[in-house]
Design a protein around this ligand. Sequence first.
Ligand code: ZN
Length: 139
Amino acid sequence: MPQNEHEFKEMIAIDIFYPDHPPRTESKLFAQTKRHLVKVLDTPCWVCGVKDKREVHHFHAEWADADGIDWDKMRVLHPNFPWSTFKEPSDFIDSEYNMMVLCETHHRAKDRGIHMMPYPIWIMQREQRADFVFASEVA
Ligand SMILES: [Zn+2]
């Protein structure tokens, strides 16, 4: 057990705006991307390596943000994306380039999921020692 372990407990209130968007629907590309990454390539959770209850996380851009993104900036920030295939935001957002395979826990669980805490806290779980307790047991 690491020395001097201590609990950090903070309540975070998030107050941001999303661009207006229609109700989310799963695109054909999203279904293809998820199937290829999880079923064909058998990609494990990026954080813990498990292969149970895997989901795909939109990493660089979330679908709900599509209308708020400056796509010229995205082209500069992500030169390795195959921009010749880009016709609409979902071509990037639902692509394998934008996806991270995560287990259900590291995607959405309280005190462990990327959607539930700031990235600098969440990322520590990837490099943590086996004898270090990151958070209370998952309920
Ligand atoms: Zn995981």
